[in-house]
Design a protein around this ligand. Structure first.
Ligand SMILES: Nc1nc2c(c(=O)[nH]1)N[C@H]1C(S)=C(S)[C@@H](COP(=O)(O)OP(=O)(O)OC[C@H]3O[C@@H](n4cnc5c(N)ncnc54)[C@H](O)[C@@H]3O)O[C@H]1N2
Ligand code: MOO
Ligand SMILES: [Mg+2]
Length: 635
């Protein structure tokens, strides 16, 4: 092994988020649970630590249920009375199961991504028992003793210092060998002390750049003609996963996003076993050119093994799934032998070449080996995964908590089902398509109805949504019409960009993050036209929401032959509704559903897929291959 991980490796380190303080400077609020960056401060710190260590725990003394919701162990101080972060460290050292413990405070969400590796290297190089981070500001060294990598064996020493009444985080340093490791980026250790500071940081970016900073990284960024892939990239970089984990019963994990790798606690199968009903034998007994006669020494059923050892010249009657008897490594199916009665019981006769040594045996661990990753985090759990986890005896599964998404439609012309349809009005259909798409994505939905084209009503709906949801989806009002107030209000509440996308349908799109009363939410202001709303959802909101859920589910693209000639201007992406079928030659063919107006929802229902004509593409001739996204299996 080489590199920083070779010294002891992240497997030797547990991470501890120190969230057990009184939060005095924040008005006694529980600092770790303050919303930040689409999650909470402690969750952000845990998320930054998690990839650096083998396991995470949280030191907390209040709101233990809320912390338990993170899906990691929560350790209240063993010493009563909120004695400070050192008590958290002491408790952590006592409880941690790895050789090293790395602490970090819950109010430092920007901590370095290589904190563990560098402290570990410093510790080993200095032959020390602990290592702490140091920065230099204006030529002055500043030690950050709360960012501490300590050997578990230090527990008695720290306990003794606490028992003497010592409270300082670095008060015990003189009694041990503590290495100081210099980090160049002082900002990474920045901590957030007041609610105002928290809001200021969270409002704009939560340690991430502002939207315009992200957008500027796109070559020739033009909000009036933004290519689809640039918009997708900006959105992907701007949204952040909402990290909160819950344990659910196995069946309830269906459709949910795995929050952690599922590691196999056992070998599956647990033993070598038979793949056939037949006779288990010793491969070494097989004769290449002559028939073989074996005495049947006993019988092995699935769940009821044969206990004895099989001697040369013997075999065991065996059923599919039964454990291979000791000494046997092959199974001959019963169809391939003849059985004869003998004085002492039964014999079986095999023709030469009936099987080879090792045939029809399933090896222990061939499906899953103990310690192997059976399912990777980020996976959306499917029925086969439920079965796989059941085969491992997994009763409860850590999943990401469901994303809460609030949505509403805007427009004075909209009527809800059950209302009279006056002159010039239309029934609100977007709320139903959005509802359907969100449901199938596995979100918790908050349907906020229709909001009138009235600035006050819009502002209060947006604030309400922001305070109650992780993401907000609106439809309508993002273009340039005289009643399109949505734009102004969205812009006033946060960091929102208005784009005209180089695509059809779904040209206008608002995207960003808004904040209200210390809470923030990602916002997707989709265009009002009923097909545009669906296309924008599928090609922008879907991936972003999945990313927020911590899911890894790229959109599968197929290729199919176009039956139509399609007129298409290069320089924009077009999404055409179409029907995919198998042609006479067995190959996939696609036919456009006809008129593609962005208000024609019927053609969306008739379609079973969308043809994606990319930016650079021009006219398509009948018979040419095109990219297709199928609806089924999408959401
Ligand atoms: N001068 C310009 N006009 C328009 C442009 C443009 O660039 N310059 N873009 C057009 C495009 S493309 C679209 S898409 C729409 C988007 O407009 P808005 O997002 O402002 O949406 P509205 O004006 O509110 O509504 C558009 C259309 O959709 C109907 N609608 C709205 N909500 C619903 C709903 N919930 N259920 C059913 N139908 C709905 C609404 O009645 C309008 O017919 O702007 C173009 N104009
Ligand atoms: O998004 Mo608009 O519907 O392109 O017409
Ligand atoms: Mg409009």
């Amino acid at each position: 092994m080489s590199g920083t991980n070779s010294i002891t490796g992240r497997d030797a380190i547990s991470g501890l988020v120190l969230a057990g303080g009184r939060g005095t400077r924040m008005g006694n609020v529980d600092k770790g649970l303050q919303p930040f960056g689409g999650a909470t401060m402690a969750a952000q710190v845990a998320a930054r630590l998690a990839p650096q260590v083998a396991a995470i725990a949280i030191s907390a003394n209040r709101n233990l249920d809320a912390y338990a919701g993170f899906g990691v162990p929560v350790w209240p101080d063993d010493t009563p009375g909120f004695p400070g972060p050192l008590a958290g460290l002491a408790t952590g050292l006592r409880r941690c199961e790895t050789d090293y413990l790395l602490s970090a405070p819950c109010d430092s969400p920007f901590l370095p991504a290589d904190l563990a590796a560098r402290l570990q290297r410093g510790l080993v190089e200095a032959g020390a028992d602990a290592a702490v981070a140091v920065t230099e500001e204006d030529g002055r060294r500043r030690v950050h003793p709360v960012f501490c990598l300590a050997k578990r064996g230090l527990a008695p020493l720290v306990d003794a210092y606490l028992a003497e009444g010592g409270r300082r985080m670095d008060g015990w340093h003189a009694r041990a060998r503590v290495a100081e490791v210099l980090f160049e980026d002082g900002g990474a250790f920045r901590n957030i002390n007041t609610l105002d500071e928290l809001r200021a940081l969270d409002h704009g970016a939560s340690g991430k750049p502002r939207l315009d900073e992200v957008a500027r990284c796109v070559d020739g960024y033009d909000p009036e003609a933004l290519p689809v892939r640039d918009a997708q990239r900006i959105i992907g970089e701007f949204v952040a996963p909402v990290r909160a984990v819950e344990q659910v019963a196995l069946r309830a994990a269906l459709g949910r996003v795995l929050a952690r790798d599922i590691v196999s606690p056992i070998n599956v199968p647990a033993h070598d076993n038979s793949a056939m009903d037949g006779y288990a034998l010793r491969g070494a007994d097989l004769l290449p050119a002559a028939p073989l006669r074996l005495a049947v020494a006993g019988i092995a059923y699935a769940g009821r093994p044969f206990e004895g050892a099989v001697q040369p010249g013997q075999c065991v009657r065996i059923m599919t799934g039964a454990v291979m008897p000791a000494g046997c490594d092959s199974v001959v199916p019963q169809e391939c032998v003849s059985v004869e009665e003998a004085a002492h019981g039964k014999n079986v006769l095999l023709a030469p070449g009936a099987i080879r040594a090792g045939d029809n045996r399933r090896l222990a661990g061939e499906d899953l080996a103990v310690g192997g990753v059976a399912l990777a985090k980020g996976r959306v759990v499917r029925p086969s995964d439920l079965g796989l986890m059941a085969s491992l005896g997994v009763a409860e599964v850590p999943v990401q908590r469901r994303l809460r998404v609030a949505f509403f439609s805007t427009g004075d012309e909209l009527r809800s089902i059950g209302q009279a349809l006056e002159e010039g009005c239309v029934y609100d259909s977007n709320r139903y398509t959005i509802y359907g798409m969100l449901q199938r994505l596995g979100c918790d939905v908050i349907d906020m109805g229709v909001v009138r084209d009235d600035p006050q009503a819009l502002e209060s709906a947006l604030r309400d949504a922001c305070e109650n949801a992780d993401a907000i989806i609106t439809s309508g009002g993002v273009s340039v019409g005289a009643a399109d107030y949505t734009r102004d209000i969205m812009a006033r509440l946060g960091d929102v960009a208005f784009w005209k996308l180089a695509m059809r349908p779904g040209r206008p799109l608002a995207f960003g993050r808004i904040a209200s009363n210390g809470r923030s939410a990602f916002l997707f202001g989709l265009p009002g036209n009923p097909v545009a709303v669906m296309v924008s959802f599928y090609f922008f909101a879907r991936a972003a929401l999945l990313r927020m859920m911590g899911a890894d589910a790229p959109l599968p693209l197929l290729r199919a032959r176009s039956l139509d000639t399609i007129r298409k201007k290069p320089g924009r992406t077009e999404f055409q509704r179409a029907v995919l079928a198998r042609g006479a030659d067995g190959q996939a063919e696609v036919r456009i559903t006809g008129a593609q107006g962005s208000g024609i929802l019927r053609s969306m229902s008739e379609a079973n897929c969308m043809v994606v004509l990319h930016d650079e593409q021009g006219n398509v001739q009948a018979g040419e291959m095109v990219d297709v996204v199928v609806f089924e299996g999408l959401v």
